[in-house]
Design a protein around this ligand. Structure first.
Ligand code: SAM
Length: 87
């Protein structure tokens, strides 16, 4: 989280590529990041994170895609202008 805070404002678009069921998204929401996306080709992995976050899951842009085949689409969907973050 220190690395994220160093480079990203709270209103920055952050994309966790291959986020799976990682708790990074929990920490991002907890620290006030408002535009968080989590991408993974495994819908099942994302469902684990969504269930854990419960109602806060609605604050996240969940993307089930293969990043190697949809990089341009992902940038557009997330409204991202700069860096890609991985957990
Ligand atoms: C080892 S897990 C990492 C989970 C999480 N980032 C963490 O730190 O706990 C790797 C994840 O990347 C996803 N993944 C691998 N290749 C991918 C790709 N090309 N596009 C999207 N997701 C991918 C897998 O489905 C898997 O859930």
């Amino acid at each position: 989280m220190d690395l994220v805070a160093k480079y990203a404002d709270r209103d920055a678009g952050i994309l966790d590529v291959g986020g799976a069921a990682s708790v990074l998204v929990d920490h991002l929401l907890g620290d006030g990041y408002a535009h968080v996306s989590v991408l993974d080709m495994s819908a099942e992995a994302l469902r684990v994170a969504q269930a854990r976050l419960d109602s806060r899951s609605a604050e996240v842009n969940w993307i089930v895609e293969d990043i190697t085949t949809h990089p341009v689409w992902v940038r557009s969907a997330c409204g991202m202008t700069g860096r890609f973050w991985t957990s």
